[in-house]
Write a protein that binds this ligand. Structure first.
Ligand code: AHM
Ligand code: MG
Length: 336
């Protein structure tokens, strides 16, 4: 069996399809290398002293886990010096990270959730890293990058991906030319192409939602889930199964593998929080991947990739996965 590595895949995308530039190729290789380092730390667990929480909170008021902070540092350090970036932004940092003056600057912006699924770190359940790549606006060249330069709709992403640290460590990637998956060969230390053209089945009878939030949901979501639970004799005429891993990377990875619908909808909780997941480095990269795999992603009414962001850490309702099921949920919203 001939094995294709991430490097070979990217060189081919550059040469044959012009889907990536040399700069994006370098960027993805560096992010992939950082994910290898994060995966290594994750796999050491208690032996590496990486479990547990710190005293600190991030900008969203969430207690930071040691691995949240460590993963953030790994990604920052890996990506600072290569000359491929104009700036970075992360779930774990209040504002953007400029490239220090001692390094050359590039034309791209990198956004990431360094360790997604934080509540699963200490319980040995799959977690991951999510990233999104944008182009720095032309008008930003020659001056320091600003937070406003990052506020671009997801449809402008030039690449997106995630690494999942599970029974296998995998990297799933799109450069706007379909979705591919690589499995980490731990002995060789290389990412090997194992999933050539990932496609999400258009239909499904499996949903993923945190049911404990039901009392906060908007009416269309309550109606949809109610109809799913009604099973074969209900209006949808089929029995549904449910999964909720509480790591978006792992839930989305399952959907890419066998279909399904994932929902963390905006809701009406007293805090006024509009959804849990963040647009720029969770919803956008996952929506790009899901659409490239033939699925769909909406906030209930609008295509996620069309949303014009207003803030770096903006939250958004997320409904994504198998195309026909996402369309169904969108129709429940339209009917109201
Ligand atoms: P995090 O970035 O702090 O880890 O939060 C995002 C995670 C997602 O991975 C997951 O879908 C969701 O939060 C789970 O939330 P809940 O614990 O409310 O079910
Ligand atoms: Mg997250």
């Amino acid at each position: 069996m001939t094995r294709k590595t991430l490097t070979q895949y990217l060189v081919e995308q550059q040469r044959r399809k012009q889907a990536v530039s040399a700069e994006v190729r370098l960027l993805i290789e560096i992010v992939a290398r950082a994910c290898k380092a994060i995966g290594h730390a994750v796999s050491k667990g208690a032996l590496g002293g990486v479990l547990g929480s710190l005293e600190s909170e991030n900008v969203q008021g969430e207690v930071q886990k040691k691995l949240d902070v460590l993963s953030n540092e790994i990604l920052l350090e890996a990506n600072e010096w290569g000359g491929h970036l104009a700036g970075m932004a992360s779930e774990e940092m209040e504002t953007i990270h400029r490239i220090p003056n001692r390094y050359p600057k590039g034309e791209h912006l990198l956004l990431f959730d360094p360790l997604d699924g934080s509540s699963n770190i200490d319980v040995n359940v799959s977690i991951g890293t999510i990233f999104s790549v944008l182009r720095a606006p032309h008008h930003a060249s020659g001056r320091d990058i600003e937070e406003a330069d990052f506020l671009q709709p997801g449809s402008r992403q030039v690449a997106a991906g995630y690494a999942v640290y599970g029974p296998q460590t995998m990297l799933v990637l799109t450069v706007g030319n379909g979705v591919v998956g690589f499995t980490l060969d731990r002995e060789m230390g290389s990412w090997v192409l194992t999933h050539k053209d990932i496609r999400i089945p258009e239909q499904t009878s499996e949903f993923a939602i945190n049911m404990s939030n039901m009392r906060h949901w908007e009416t269309p979501v309550k109606r949809y889930i109610g109809d799913c639970l009604a099973g074969k004799t209900g209006p949808l005429g089929k029995d549904y199964n449910m999964r909720w891993i509480a790591s978006m990377v792992a839930d989305v990875h399952r959907i890419l593998t066998r279909g399904g619908i994932f929902m963390y909808p905006r809701d009406e909780r007293p805090s006024g929080r509009k959804g849990k997941l963040r647009l720029m480095y969770e919803a956008n990269p996952m929506s790009f991947i899901v659409e490239q795999a033939g699925g769909a992603a909406t906030d209930g009414s609008e295509r996620i990739l069309d949303i014009f962001p207003e803030a770096l850490h903006q939250r958004v309702g997320v409904v994504l996965g198998s195309k026909e099921e996402v369309e169904r949920v969108r129709n429940y919203h339209l009917e109201l």
